[in-house]
Ligand binder design. Sequence first.
Ligand code: AMP
Length: 213
Amino acid sequence: MNLILLGPPGAGKGTQAKMLVETYQIPQISTGDILRAAVKDGTTLGKEARSYMDKGQLVPDSVVIGIVEERLQQPDCKTGYMLDGFPRTVPQAEALDGMLQNLGSEIDHVVSIEVDNEELVKRLTGRRTCRECGAGFHVMFDPPKQEGVCDKCGGELYQRDDDNVETVTSRLQVYESQTMPLIDYYKTQGKVRPIEGVGEIKEVFNRVTQVLS
Ligand code: AMP
């Protein structure tokens, strides 16, 4: 199964993606994760991407298209994959269609997770992640027992550089202007599966698996 997970930042794409990976045994391709890893490693790609990411802007299409093109050719994508955070612009979607045509493949479903902006700002600005084990917490919805300390491994919790109020606002504006048009793009292909993204994580996951079955 070849999937795209679409939704504004904070809609829960990453969380749902991890559960889908286990259920369907397909790799998650998250351009955000790939770019963050490059920033952390200080590579040329990371240095270029950082200036955009810190401002909540999109990294240029040519850069992310190249990353995804290379990743889709890996052997683990042969039986399916889930794109998380890509495509994010119409030119990226067009490039993806071209790549898939060359590979003799196509997208089966575009899962569009919907959450309103007020809820998204609350979710994003309260997110905390463990530096050691990567576990996720939320200062309001899922607080750790001790502030700033991971319940699972005792590691230090940090806030993603782009989860401050200013950058979050900019990321939401970018989503509306550049990524929302993708819904119409995929609607014309009959592939959009809208999902209400508010509620328990498991509830949302059940909605997703229902539309995929
Ligand atoms: P995410 O973790 O998906 O919210 O992505 C974090 C940041 O990485 C975004 O705000 C962008 O700066 C950059 N990014 C991730 N995916 C893309 C993409 N497909 N196109 C352009 N920029 C991206």
